[in-house]
Design a protein around this ligand. Structure first.
Ligand SMILES: CC(C)(COP(=O)(O)OP(=O)(O)OC[C@H]1O[C@@H](n2cnc3c(N)ncnc32)[C@H](O)[C@@H]1OP(=O)(O)O)[C@@H](O)C(=O)NCCC(=O)NCCS
Length: 159
């Protein structure tokens, strides 16, 4: 079942992000990695900026989460994370398909350039990475991330 997360799910979202983000350890640039990957304060900030999290729930346990955020004229898919033990079962795909149906706006997805599995996952769903120049332009326009993260990220758009 896919449902919108609420305040009571905060700790679960936090836990899933920081479990799933361990996939980045040793892969993304060392100066971008920290543990926990996302602090509670950062997560709270993201929610206050309009990121709405949806969760995939099975037997009353959330196994994956994905955020959606309308910014200006586009919709961003933010913070896609499936528990390490629950990967490759189609949970990420179901969440992505669900969120895509929720918007008529162009969808943009940003991820680490080094997260090849994530890029492949989005490509399988019909998204394509844009050029370096366009990535930089889009990240500066629609995201609020440090310049160093701009350099090390890629943006994918619907094909
Ligand atoms: C990226 C991520 C969210 C995808 O979630 P997921 O639930 O593992 O995704 P799915 O299971 O839908 O798809 C992943 C793979 O499993 C395969 N798959 C889908 N359903 C399947 C099933 N029922 N049985 C077996 N394999 C399946 C898919 O074909 C896909 O294959 P690929 O690796 O060749 O692309 C997840 O891997 C994750 O949390 N990664 C770490 C954090 C991260 O990189 N997040 C992205 C940030 S933007």
């Amino acid at each position: 079942m896919i449902r919108q997360c609420n305040d009571d799910d905060f700790e679960t979202i936090y836990e899933i992000i920081n479990d799933a983000a361990l996939a980045y350890k040793g892969i993304i640039p060392g100066d971008r990695w920290k543990e926990p990957y996302m602090s509670g304060e950062e997560l709270r900030h993201e929610i206050s900026e309009g990121v709405v999290f949806w969760g995939y729930e099975e037997n009353e346990k959330i196994t994956g989460i994905m955020g959606i955020q309308d910014v200006q004229d586009v919709t961003l898919i933010r913070h896609a994370y499936v528990r390490t033990a629950e990967r490759n079962k189609g949970i990420g795909s179901k969440l992505l398909s669900h969120l895509r149906r929720m918007t008529d706006r162009p969808i943009l997805i940003g991820t680490w350039a080094d997260a090849v599995w994530a890029i492949r996952f989005y490509e399988k769903h019909g998204f394509r990475p844009v050029s370096r120049v366009e990535t930089n332009r889009l990240l500066r326009k629609y995201w609020r991330i440090p310049e160093r993260q701009v350099e090390t990220s890629v943006v994918l758009v619907e094909h």
